[in-house]
Design a protein around this ligand. Structure first.
Ligand code: UQ1
Length: 493
């Protein structure tokens, strides 16, 4: 029945429905059923009703229960919130599964931006990187699958008890299954003066913001030839792409060296964390890089204020009671802002206490609402939030949804937290960190990935964008697990 979605059927159905109490009763009844019984009802009802030609009116009424397309309310088998990597990957999979017209993607942005854009790919410093900002994005309409409906709006609220999403423009979307993939929001407002500094001070930049990423390379170029102080900040976790705040520092160091400006300059990495990286193997490798390049790391320094009129940044020293602050002058300040779950999610029935979608970390299915799933940065899965994690999660979630549609509990392969961070340590060199929930390395290649390597730089620079745009967001890339198994001859994890 739910196949009858063409406008004429719907128009007729709408009329019949409006004029008949019976139709309303059927509608209410159908929406109260669980998805499993709905599917059973659809099949049984479909067979029965199709054979009784005289009951066409009832048939049409039932059809409209699924696709009542009045101007402010519509229904879908699957609604996906978010058009980022996870949203597009899952929308592609679901649209292939359910066919055209059954999947909606709610996403307000015009452009689709690769997580690569958080990385120096966007910055393109002085020929170190043969890519431009434009390479890291494409129009959203190209990323959202053609056979899914793009609803260009943001989410105002989700009512999972009634399977209903309301958008900011007041549109109501009824769903049978909901996939939440809304990412994280950037909380620049938590750093006093940072937004004004980003708007007005050419020395202040952030690769995390699509609005200010273009300033980074400008700030590189404007850095005083006579020397100065550059500060790169790392906020309270979790953030997306947690390697990005230090990668840009390594590229800046490289930029200064290439342009004969390094002498007389101080480069500081002021991080809220007590470690440079959460996995010991890679942390040790990075500490060697930092030492060799003469970079200063100030642990447990959290950026709290920027005064661009004085060119000063103030940091709270973490863990001290009473809190102590230290103010430093800058000639370049790269800000990685704190992040959090989008506001509509915080405090919603879908969220855990921290505001993330409360899903099982093994199967990504909601802990309370079995027809709700999450992927990517907005989920409560305690992995490091990267596109590589999204890739691995998309394979797991696909299995979870298949099991759900068969009325089964998810079983089989569990998500091990696989994530990856290609740590660019200079133009031409990358440490490819790959690890799991337990911060244990989970490396694809049978070589020591803790070493800076040119091969990994090429993998990152030349292959990852292809993988992202052509495989991941189309729902065809589930991470390198199979290759890891093959390359390790089936041994290891
Ligand atoms: C990966 O799967 C992925 O997602 C597409 C990334 O983001 C763009 C990555 O950076 C990395 C490293 C991986 C892992 C892939 C391989 C082949 C090791």
């Amino acid at each position: 029945m739910y196949m009858r979605t063409d406008p004429q059927s719907l128009a007729v159905s709408a009329e019949l429905l409006a004029s008949g109490l019976f139709g309303k009763a059927v509608e209410r009844y159908f929406f109260k059923l669980s998805l499993k019984s709905k599917i059973a009802m659809q099949s049984l009802g479909g067979i029965a009703l199709r054979t009784v030609r005289s009951s066409q009116a009832i048939y049409l009424r039932s059809a409209v229960c699924y696709y009542s397309s009045s101007s402010d309310k519509s229904s879908y088998k699957c609604v996906v919130l978010g058009g980022g990597a996870g949203g597009c990957a899952m929308a592609s999979k679901m649209a292939r599964k359910f066919g055209a017209g059954h999947v909606a993607v709610v996403e307000p942005k015009d452009d689709s931006v690769s997580k690569n854009s958080l990385l120096p790919a966007d910055v393109h410093p002085g020929g170190l990187w043969h890519k431009t900002i434009a390479d890291s994005r494409q129009p959203m309409g190209k990323s959202i699958p053609k056979n899914a409906k793009w609803i260009k709006d943001s989410v105002a609220s989700v009512d999972p008890d009634n399977n209903l999403v309301t958008t900011s423009a007041g549109l109501q979307l009824e769903y049978e299954m909901l996939i939440v993939a809304v990412g994280l929001q950037l909380d620049f407002s938590k750093i006093k003066g940072s937004i004004e500094a980003l708007q007005k001070d050419p020395r202040v930049c952030s690769n995390y913001s699509p609005d200010y990423v273009h300033k980074t390379y400008q700030a590189f170029k404007a850095f005083p030839k006579s020397g100065g102080t550059a500060i790169f900040t790392m906020p309270v976790m979790p953030i997306k792409c947690p390697g990005a705040p230090q990668k840009i520092m390594y590229l800046f160091d490289d930029y200064l060296r290439t342009n004969d400006k390094r002498e007389g300059s101080k480069i500081l990495y002021n991080t809220n964390l007590p470690v440079i990286f959460g996995v010991k193997k890679y942390a040790n490798a990075l500490l060697e890089v930092v030492e060799e390049r003469g970079l200063t790391v100030n642990f447990q320094h959290n950026l709290v204020e920027v005064d661009h009129t004085k060119g000063e940044a103030t940091f709270a020293k973490v863990g001290l009671d009473p809190v102590e602050t230290v103010t430093m002058s800058y000639d370049l300040l790269h800000i990685a802002p704190p992040m959090s779950a989008p506001d509509f999610l915080k405090g919603s029935p879908l969220a855990n206490e921290a505001g993330y979608v409360d899903v099982s970390k093994e199967h990504l299915q909601h802990n309370k609402y079995e027809n709700v799933f999450a992927i990517g940065d907005c989920s409560s899965a305690p992995t490091s939030k990267t596109a590589a994690a999204v890739a691995a999660e998309s394979g797991i979630l696909s299995n979870t949804i298949d099991a759900y549609l068969k009325g089964q509990k998810p079983s089989g392969l569990e998500y091990d937290g696989y994530t990856s961070c290609p740590l660019i340590t200079k133009g031409g060199k990358t440490i490819l960190a790959e690890f799991d929930y337990n911060a244990q390395p989970l490396e694809t290649f049978p070589i020591n990935q803790g070493k800076e390597r040119r091969t990994m730089w090429h993998l990152k620079k030349d292959f990852m964008p292809f993988l992202y745009w052509n495989m991941l967001i189309r729902g065809h890339w589930h991470g390198p697990r199979i290759f890891r198994k093959l390359l390790h001859l089936g041994m290891g994890k």
